[in-house]
Design a binder for this molecule. Structure first.
Ligand code: ADP
Length: 226
């Protein structure tokens, strides 16, 4: 589904963020990218939505080279990718309902679809009772659950979650991982980046370890691939 083919990224200030990385992600996989801050996780994820360009190598989504897509093809691809960030990125002056509705409207969904799907997706993250609240009235864990609901409501093929538990305590961290696992079981591919060892220990599945821009370990259920 996704393939990083000998990808390197050198930023203009000569920082080597990614150093000759190759790996693939299959549909419906749950892949955790683990590594210290600065290891290159975010850069790797940004390349999937062409927010960063490789200095060398190529990134493929299915058979398409992401960085060769035209604007229309790129917009289409972005709709297949849901994003979740450490800082939630909710719109403060919109309710939970409106935050999710806004994301749906941006992809051309009708108001009938919005009013049917928003409550449904909030049930999935156990937040049906907060539908009319504003972000400032929610805990960090609840805000992240709204952000996840917003990411999945357009039924993307893959969710990219960059350090989604970075601001959360262990209980909420566990809850967010559990929700991502549930979404994965429903058929969505997940790519999760974290530097948190506790997350790695609970998440299971495939773990790709990065260090200084390189993949140093790739293990599936305890089995080394590299
Ligand atoms: P991680 O997500 O694992 O913390 P990043 O991909 O954010 O790692 O960063 C990898 C390296 O690239 C770090 O050394 C970081 O300082 C550097 N870096 C990230 N973005 C930029 C940028 N826009 N310009 C220069 N260096 C950058």
């Amino acid at each position: 589904m996704i393939y990083y083919d000998k990808v390197s990224k050198v930023y203009p200030d000569k920082t080597i963020a990614i150093d000759n990385v190759s790996f693939g992600i299959e549909p419906k996989e749950f892949v955790t990218i683990v590594g210290q801050s600065g290891a290159g996780k975010t850069t790797l994820m940004k390349m999937l939505i062409a927010e960063e360009w490789p200095s060398d190598g190529a990134v493929f989504f299915e058979s398409a080279n992401i960085h060769r897509l035209n604007r229309r093809q790129m917009n289409k691809l972005r709709r297949r990718i849901g994003m979740v960030f450490q800082d939630y990125r909710l719109i403060p002056n919109k309710t939970v309902y409106e935050n999710i509705a806004f994301a749906m409207e941006a992809t051309g969904k009708s108001s009938r679809e919005v009013s049917a799907d928003v409550p449904h997706v909030l049930e999935l993250v156990d937040l049906g009772h907060k539908i009319w609240n504003f972000p400032k009235e929610l805990s960090g864990g609840e805000k992240q659950r709204v952000a996840i609901a917003r990411a999945i409501v357009t039924q993307p093929d893959i969710i990219i979650a960059d350090e989604p538990t970075g601001n959360l305590d262990p209980t909420n961290t566990y809850e967010i991982i559990r929700i991502l696992q549930k979404i994965n079981e429903l058929g969505t591919t997940i790519m999760l980046a974290t530097h948190n060892k506790g997350v790695v220990d609970t998440v299971g599945g495939r773990i790709i370890t990065m260090d200084k821009g390189k993949v140093v370990k790739d293990s599936r259920e305890g089995k080394y691939i590299l």
